[in-house]
Design a protein around this ligand. Structure first.
Ligand code: GAL
Length: 846
């Protein structure tokens, strides 16, 4: 009997392995230690890649790079507003083809985590909700409200059923091992009181009732009801514990960098700190880490939320906006994942034993019944390296770092020691010229007949536009008599306009009189300026421009936007004239939008003019059109828009996104990896345009005759727009010589890890590129970072010659770091490094 059941089990297991999950249902469960997939506890590394933020043509490549980077899982939100643009009309095509995306993940052999939301935050327009949802009678978002719950359930069910139909849940043999309902509701839940709690528990039950066969999670929801797992989001999550001992410790958003907003600097997160945070989480018993973002991508079209979130959603992620590998971030994390994976058998076996190794130093040690032992040696000291003793061996721990010992003996990885090369990328010119500029001036509405409607008072912008366009005109007129004293040498009247965002252009009698802009933190803007009035009727036209609808905050759906007033004219002879409640005409969108000037079909209905005359005028509110051929090569492309002001740009009818040459303010002076990270710590680009380059996906181009159309609000010189290619310009390596205290390790083919007595640096330019010259080489005590290396007090004279001989003209090279290799020891008794920056250039083929 016993033998029988064992052989049955073996047989079932065999069938399961042979046939995947077709005959026997697969399963994902969990316990206090980890997610359990088909009976096996797993330590899982995951990364966020949002499908609409890249093109289907890019998906396979970024997913494969994620796999090679050591990820097991790809996470994505589901973006309701792109899938249901109007009630009941669905779109799952192109970039919105969620099923194709998940099947690409499956094909790569990876798992998926589907965060359905449907609230997603994500710096995405309106937090992912369709704007029409706001106008469902009686609705109130994300609370115990029937219309909202009905709509939310409808969409969640729609997605779950689609996934089931396509057999995408792991329980059906598909890749999805986890799903998320809601997103960071915890904070609101408390604010909303009983209604919040009721909604949250309803959402949990509703989700569980959909019977996906895989666990659900709620992030940042301390009181997530069973069986839902509550998870952590943040820069660090090692202090987090789930609400029940039988739930695993999951980090759903390990922020790899941070998002950018127009007018702000670009945030970078040093990889040593990110790796430290991840190792810290794992050593404490965490078993699932998702990098938010692993590939950030692009907010194409008007998908950016905010307001003021940039079109680029690069996020300083391991894969850059264009899908290229960002080094050393990608490589260093890859090494971290390898080290963690080697600890997996011990990690999943139980809780760690923790020893103190000093005031700020600890050892977390894991043992398995089968004899595995894995240790994490941590140094929390933000400033000092420390020598510790563990397992009868001395180890040097750099400040703010963790060393990983998968066999409890040898350090194979330290979070602060980067062993991989770094790369420098630049936007280089292409062989493509943008030619035959033509323009079309957006006419200002001149009569009330052109307007959509006229009413007394100022209206909320989204109420009027329903977000069909970023643009809304508010138009009124004022009569001014000829006797006004400003016509006779007196001071000109001033116009005050208060708006709740996001940008405002004031036109008086058809002339741009000035503009004002809000920020993400302060959407209220005030325009107060002298204006030029004439005797008789004056037309005041206010163009209010939305820059992405809010995606975060309690009941943000009810926040009003646009020119809400007051609008007051000061300085007339009879005192101020309040226009707030005057008669206003409204026009939604631009004439060019109505004519569909950006599409290949609509374009011909526009009376384009040859541009030589008009472009010189630097005119505001102008449409520009030009042609270009696809550049040679296969590097990712971007438009350099720095000569332009603010607007939107399209190529072959596809929207590249909003652009704005807003200059970054902020403090870019200091950055060090050690110590707690916050987004203002390591900023770059202060004083420069926040975003200058705008990604043009290659797949949107044809070989010749591509059409570029842009709408410029302020004025600029389109003839200086260029098409650039993102290219690797140089690679750097920086490594210490062998020293008893600083050990580099190498895995032998038999799986054993041995110290490398003669370490080597490795350099490799990207595909199609060769090392064309050596910009810097020093064996000694060089200083600086990639791009700014300088010789230190000790320098071997042969450095340059040795490295050049080994590397120039090669696709890749390795140079041994030893005194012998550089002739002689340039400074005995000093710990030396070899530091190189090599320039990359095209091969003769490229
Ligand atoms: C989180 C949120 C994400 C994203 C992130 C910041 O709080 O869950 O959707 O908005 O912040 O990038």
């Amino acid at each position: 009997m016993e033998t029988n059941s064992i052989s049955t089990r073996v047989l079932l297991l065999f069938i399961a392995l042979q046939l995947g999950c077709q005959l026997i249902s697969c399963s994902v469960t969990y316990d206090g230690k980890a997610i359990v997939i088909n009976g096996r506890r797993r330590i899982l590394m995951s990364g966020s890649i949002h499908y609409p933020r890249s093109t289907p043509e890019m998906w396979e490549d970024v997913i494969m790079k994620a796999k090679e980077g050591g990820l097991d899982v790809i996470e994505t939100y589901v973006f309701w507003n792109v899938h249901e643009p109007s009630p009941g009309n669905y779109n799952f095509e192109g970039r919105y083809n969620l099923v194709r995306f998940l099947k690409t993940v499956q094909k790569a052999g990876l798992y998926a985590h589907l965060r359905i939301g449907p609230y997603v935050c994500a710096e995405w327009n309106f937090g992912g909700f369709p704007v029409w949802l706001k106008y469902v009678p009686g609705i109130s978002f994300r609370t115990d409200n029937e219309p909202f719950k009905r709509a939310m359930k409808g969409f969640t069910e729609k997605i779950v059923n689609m996934m089931k139909y396509e057999k995408l849940f792991e329980s059906q043999g598909g890749p999805i091992i986890l799903s998320q309902i809601e997103n960071e509701y915890g904070a609101l839940d408390k604010k909303f009181g009983a209604a919040g709690y009721n909604y949250m528990t309803w959402a949990a039950e509703m989700a569980v009732g959909l019977r996906t066969g895989v666990p659900w999670i709620m992030c940042k929801q301390e009181d997530a009801p069973d069986p839902i797992i509550n998870t952590c989001n943040g820069f660090y999550c090692d202090a987090f514990k789930p609400n029940k001992p039988y739930k695993p410790t999951i980090w759903t958003e390990a922020w790899t960098g941070w998002f950018t907003e127009f007018g702000g600097a670009v945030h970078k997160r040093p990889v040593q700190d990110l790796a430290f945070a991840v190792a810290r989480f794992i050593q404490k018993g965490g078993s699932f880490v998702n990098y938010y973002m692993y590939h950030g991508g692009t907010n194409f079209g008007r998908s950016a939320g905010g307001p003021f979130i940039t079109t680029s959603y690069d996020y300083d992620a391991p894969l850059d906006e264009y899908g290229l590998i960002r080094q050393p971030k990608y490589g260093h994390l890859t090494e971290l994942h390898k080290a963690i994976k080697r600890c997996e058998p011990a990690l999943v076996s139980g809780d760690p034993t923790v020893f103190s190794l000093g005031a700020n130093q600890k050892a977390h040690v894991y043992y398995s019944k089968l004899g595995h032992c894995a240790a994490f040696l941590s140094n929390y000291d933000t400033a000092n390296a420390t020598r510790v003793t563990f397992n009868n061996k001395h180890h040097n721990l750099p400040p703010w770092s963790i060393s990983i010992l998968p066999d409890c003996n040898n350090i194979v990885f330290n979070t602060a020691k980067i062993g991989v090369q770094s790369t420098r990328m630049a936007m280089l010119p292409t062989n493509s010229q943008i030619l035959s500029w033509q323009t079309y001036s957006e006419e200002l509405t001149t009569s009330d007949e052109d307007s959509a409607f006229t009413t007394f008072g100022l209206l909320d912008q989204v109420n009027v536009t329903r977000d069909a366009s970023d643009y809304l005109w508010y138009i009124t007129s004022v009569d001014v008599g000829p006797s006004e004293s400003f016509f006779h040498g007196g001071e000109h009247p001033k116009l005050l306009v208060q708006s709740t965002g996001h940008a405002l252009h004031v036109f008086i009698n058809g002339e741009l009189s000035g503009s004002a802009f809000g920020t993400r933190e302060n959407r209220r803007i005030k325009y107060k300026n002298k204006i030029k009035l004439r005797s008789g009727v004056n037309r005041i036209a206010l163009l209010s421009v939305a820059m992405g609808l809010s995606n975060i905050g309690g009941h943000y759906e009810s926040w009003e936007t646009g020119v809400l007033g007051p609008v007051v004219l000061y300085g007339l002879d009879h005192g101020k004239r309040d226009l707030t409640h005057a008669k206003w005409s409204y026009q939604v969108g631009l004439k060019g939008e109505a004519m569909d000037a950006v599409s290949t079909t609509g374009m011909s209905s526009v009376e384009w003019e040859e541009s030589s005359l008009i472009t010189q005028k630097n005119q505001p509110l102008t449409w520009h059109k030009a042609y270009f051929n696809e550049p040679n090569g296969n590097e990712p492309l971007a438009l350099d828009m720095h000569s332009m002001g603010k607007g939107q740009v399209w190529i072959n009818g596809q929207s590249i996104g909003r652009y704005w040459t807003a200059y970054a303010t902020g403090d870019c002076r200091r950055c060090h990896y050690n110590g707690n990270y916050r987004p203002t710590k390591c900023q770059v680009g202060c004083g420069r345009p926040t975003q200058r380059w705008y990604h043009v996906p290659r797949s949107w181009l044809k070989p010749t005759g591509n059409i570029l159309v842009l709408f410029e609000e302020l004025g600029g010189d389109p003839r200086r727009i260029t098409l650039t290619k993102r290219s690797m310009t140089s690679v750097c390596a920086d490594m210490f010589e062998y020293h008893t205290n600083i050990t580099n390790w190498q895995t032998e083919s038999n799986g054993k890890t041995l110290p490398i007595r003669r370490p080597k640096i490795h350099l490799q330019c990207g595909p199609g590129l060769l090392i064309s010259s050596i910009k810097f080489a020093s064996f000694g005590t060089p200083i600086g970072t990639c791009g700014t290396f300088q010789r230190g007090t000790c320098h071997a004279r042969a450095s340059y010659g040795v490295v050049s001989k080994r590397c120039i003209g090669k696709e890749r090279c390795a140079v041994t770091i030893s005194n012998n290799n550089f002739g002689q020891d340039p400074c005995p008794n000093t710990l030396k490094r070899l530091t190189v920056e090599a320039v990359c250039g095209p091969t003769s083929r490229g």
